[in-house]
Design a protein around this ligand. Structure first.
Ligand code: SAM
Length: 160
């Protein structure tokens, strides 16, 4: 059973107290998916997953200018239902403990999720994509072209 963090499992370690800083990150929109519970969500999204709607705050629409040029985007979102105090976790509930930063678990001090998605269409401030794994209503943090889109090709070697 996926670890939802509702209960601490045997041997898991939790954070004592509060961490220091707050970056003041703003939500820039909301993600709509067909996944209504955490058990409905895939562990990771895939390009042949269902179509999802990324609704960017309409005031930020100019920031989407040119996004259609990219087939693949990187989406960052805030896993808002995740507990934030687990330092070690037993993801499979089998007693085997792993450090939070060695996992892609949603349960982490800053519950930021990332997915590579395929851009299907843009409708004004809304992006239709495939490849997400998050709950309906998950807050949106950022959108970037996929890193590979920027890979600079080395010039061909001159023939000897
Ligand atoms: N793809 C992201 C990553 O690798 O950073 C997230 C991976 S995480 C394993 C995905 C799981 O997080 C889902 O299967 C679901 O159980 C859980 N999840 C999805 N949306 C969430 C939300 N808004 N709050 C808390 N947990 C969420």
């Amino acid at each position: 059973m996926a670890h939802h963090g509702d209960a601490v499992r045997a041997g898991e370690v939790t954070l004592d107290g509060q961490l220091a800083e707050n970056a003041g990150v703003s939500f820039i929109g909301v993600i709509h998916t067909p996944f209504l519970t955490r058990d409905d969500c895939p562990r990771q999204g895939s390009f042949d997953g269902p179509e999802c709607r990324i609704e960017v705050d309409p005031r930020l629409t100019p920031a989407l200018e040119g996004i259609e040029r990219f087939e693949t985007l990187e989406i960052l979102y805030w896993l808002h239902k995740a507990r934030r105090d687990l330092l070690t976790q037993s993801p499979k509930s089998d007693g085997a403990l792993r450090g939070t930063f060695s996992l892609r678990s949603p349960l982490r001090p800053n519950p930021i999720g990332t997915s590579r998605v395929r851009l299907i269409a843009r409708e004004g401030n809304v992006l239709i994509v495939r490849g997400l794994d998050c709950l309906d209503g998950t807050p949106l943090l950022d959108i970037k072209p996929d890193r590979c889109s920027y890979t600079v090709q080395a010039p061909p070697k001159p023939e000897a």
